[in-house]
Design a protein around this ligand. Structure first.
Ligand SMILES: Cc1cc2nc3c(=O)[nH]c(=O)nc-3n(C[C@H](O)[C@H](O)[C@H](O)COP(=O)(O)OP(=O)(O)OC[C@H]3O[C@@H](n4cnc5c(N)ncnc54)[C@H](O)[C@@H]3O)c2cc1C
Ligand SMILES: Cc1cc2nc3c(=O)[nH]c(=O)nc-3n(C[C@H](O)[C@H](O)[C@H](O)COP(=O)(O)O)c2cc1C
Ligand code: FES
Length: 592
């Protein structure tokens, strides 16, 4: 058992001593670490560490409770029970023996021990409750109590774990599906009447928030004290960022520093609207219609990242896609920019390709026929340096079979034209209007996130005859070589794309979808959302935000299989959620 010897936390590197999957998705991890300060505290039940694998892809460490710990010489062996949830816990659950883990801790407060007389009473006065992975800190805490002086209620979805060290007088297990113990949840075995009948005096609990809210309610009804261990998203874990605050009767409290254990009666839980649940569906229909053109699914390869459709053919099945946008095309061939063209950034990519392309005539002759043989809808991405060159290009494309044109008024990498048309509402109107007159093909206008007033640009291009809008193109960015003391790119500025831009792109897509919904019905046009999409979850977010379809660009470079994963992921999500068509959830967040 651990004993506190001071109050200080520290940063240390833990080595993996053992890691086992105790039950499906639940891992038992033992880390060996040094006490870094002379007076550093040894971990106590209730406390937690911020853990991050040393070769991590996530930015923040993850808070994980101390399950148990032993000290030996200057070393601490800390045990954790981890539920594999997302990327951060996946990394922790996939560690190998001797791998390193960055550890900050021990952090937070501990469960207060019950008064001596409660442990020495003739009848059991203490109830401990663990829900799911929340069993870890309370099971650890139970080892601080005399055996058989407490009852332990452990509630799981379908199987129990983490109870090896629990020496309860009565161990009551519930499972939602009845695979172990009593079928049901905590209310089937623990009510205010039970508390009174059993004469409990104090309750300790950790688990999902609805369960803790219930424990608070029944303890208040029965008039006894409860201590609840809370969970909140955390960045620093040290009380500095205020990202983890919890509302209490004494004002905001930091879960990491003032908690995670709080006296239950002081907590104010928020009211959450329950989610409406629908029946599952089989084989949802992923097809979408954009301005009269049918796409088998809403996933389109973004311009400039998928060549002319065949470049990726050897490594993936390109026919899975709903559509493919060609590389940006100009009337005359373009050699593109000189110097470095690519610069990787954290979760992003800055590019300065400069619209290198073979010109529209060569495209029509050599590239389009093959693009048209593929299943995905072919979209010609049209760029230009002046209104005249845009119009000439549009006239040439109009004579072809290409079903759609994406008008690129947003390329940040060319000196003439490109983004310049996408920054000013009047210029955006003029170029769209001129191209509109030059072609009868459905016209998607691709907007620049660098526009000072994106809504004004969107309304201008709609007024000028755009049939759909796509956004975003890349964000203007820069990089400097600090050794050479030179700009990385010959053009100084270039365009940032990739997962780094996703949340901003999503917000912009939402803003434009929202704005479009304020227009009269006959003026409303579909929106294709893009910018940093790398997973099916990202794609679903864009559609919930209002996008009719999505494009994937940079992420295809990192993982060409993401196309298949995204399409399958959207389909599985729809089936699970009971959506049989995309339009049933498209834009749901706008109306929420
Ligand atoms: C004090 C405390 C103790 C915890 N103890 C344990 C434990 O012993 N075992 C265990 O398996 N889990 C524990 N959790 C929950 C654990 O921190 C989250 O499951 C984990 O952060 C999820 O990260 P992810 O990348 O796997 O999941 P994602 O869902 O992808 O995470 C996305 C973001 O949300 C945050 N987040 C998601 N869920 C939670 C959550 N429940 N609590 C806090 N942040 C969350 C993540 O840290 C990350 O920043 C504890 C949380 C807190 C606050
Ligand atoms: C290497 C590269 C080249 C690009 N070329 C074009 C282009 O020719 N025409 C265009 O409209 N957009 C072009 N883009 C922008 C993408 O189509 C997309 O709008 C942007 O990258 C954001 O999406 P993403 O984060 O999924 O990559 C290019 C992007 C990259 C990374
Ligand atoms: S996580 Fe920063 S204040 Fe709690």
């Amino acid at each position: 058992m651990c004993k506190e010897n001071s109050t200080k936390a520290g940063i240390s590197v833990g080595k993996v001593i053992s890691l086992n999957e105790v039950k499906s998705g639940i891992f038992h991890l033992i880390l060996k670490t040094e006490l870094v300060h002379k007076n550093q505290s040894v971990p106590q039940s209730g406390q937690f560490y911020m853990l991050r694998s040393s070769i991590s892809k996530v930015l923040l460490a993850r808070p994980i409770s101390v399950y148990s710990c032993k000290t030996q010489d200057n070393f601490v062996f800390v045990e954790f029970l981890i539920l594999l949830k997302g990327q951060g816990t996946k990394e922790l659950c996939n560690l190998k023996i001797d791998d390193s883990v960055e550890m900050t801790g021990p952090l937070g407060n501990t469960f207060p021990l019950p008064q001596e007389d409660l442990q020495n009473a003739d009848e059991v006065k203490i109830a401990i409750i663990g829900g799911g992975i929340g069993v870890a800190p309370v099971a650890g805490f139970s080892t601080n109590l005399k055996p058989h002086t407490y009852d332990f209620y452990a509630c799981f979805k379908s199987f129990s774990y983490g109870l090896e060290n629990v020496k309860a007088k009565n161990l009551v297990i519930t499972t939602d599906d009845g695979t172990e113990g009593i079928k049901g949840m905590l209310p089937s075995v623990f009510t205010a009447d039970d508390i009174k009948q059993k004469n409990y005096s104090v309750v300790y609990a950790c688990g999902p928030e609805p369960m803790l809210k219930y424990v608070q309610k029944v303890c208040l009804e029965a008039g006894i004290t409860c201590y609840l261990s809370m969970e909140q998203r955390m960045a620093c874990g040290l009380g500095a960022c205020l990202g983890c605050t919890i509302t209490t009767t004494e004002g905001n409290k930091r879960c990491c520093k003032d908690g995670p254990v709080f006296e239950g009666s002081k907590l104010i839980f928020s009211e959450k609207k329950p989610m409406e649940r629908k029946e599952k569906v089989d084989n949802p229909d992923l097809s979408v219609n954009i301005s009269g053109v049918k796409f088998e699914n809403p996933v389109i390869a973004a311009s400039g990242t998928f060549g002319f459709g065949t470049e990726f053919q050897d490594v993936i099945d390109v026919n899975l896609l709903g559509g493919i946008c060609s590389k940006g095309l100009t009337l005359e061939p373009k050699p593109g920019n000189t110097g470095i063209r690519l610069q990787e950034t954290p979760s992003g990519l800055i590019n300065s390709i400069g619209l290198e392309n073979p010109g529209i005539k060569v495209f029509i002759e050599k590239k389009l026929p093959t693009m048209m043989e593929l299943k995905p809808v072919a979209i010609a991405n049209l760029s230009g340096s002046s209104i005249e060159t845009y119009v000439e290009g549009a006239k040439l494309l109009d004579k072809t079979e290409v079903p759609m044109i994406e008008l690129n008024i947003s390329c940040p990498n060319v000196k003439a034209g490109g983004m310049a048309f996408g920054l000013d509402p009047q210029a955006a109107f003029e170029v769209t209007n001129a191209v509109r007159k030059a072609t009868s093909k459905p016209l998607i206008v691709k907007l620049s996130p660098n526009a000072p007033d994106l809504k004004a640009i969107a309304f201008s291009v709609i007024k000028a005859g755009a049939n759909a809008i796509s956004l975003v193109n890349t964000f203007q960015a820069m990089a400097i070589d600090i050794e050479k003391e030179q700009f990385i790119f010959d053009n100084i500025k270039a365009g940032l794309a990739g997962p780094a831009i996703k949340p901003i792109a999503l917000r912009m897509v939402y803003d434009i979808c929202y704005a479009i919904k304020t227009l009269p019905k006959e003026q409303q046009v579909p929106v294709i959302g893009l910018g940093g999409i790398s997973t099916w979850q990202d794609a679903v977010e864009f559609i919930l935000a209002g996008a009719d379809a999505i494009q994937i660009g940079t992420s295809i470079f990192a993982n060409p299989n993401c196309i298949k994963e995204i399409i399958n992921g959207i389909s599985a999500w729809m089936a699970r959620k009971g959506y049989s068509k995309i339009e049933e959830f498209k834009g749901k967040m706008i109306f929420n």
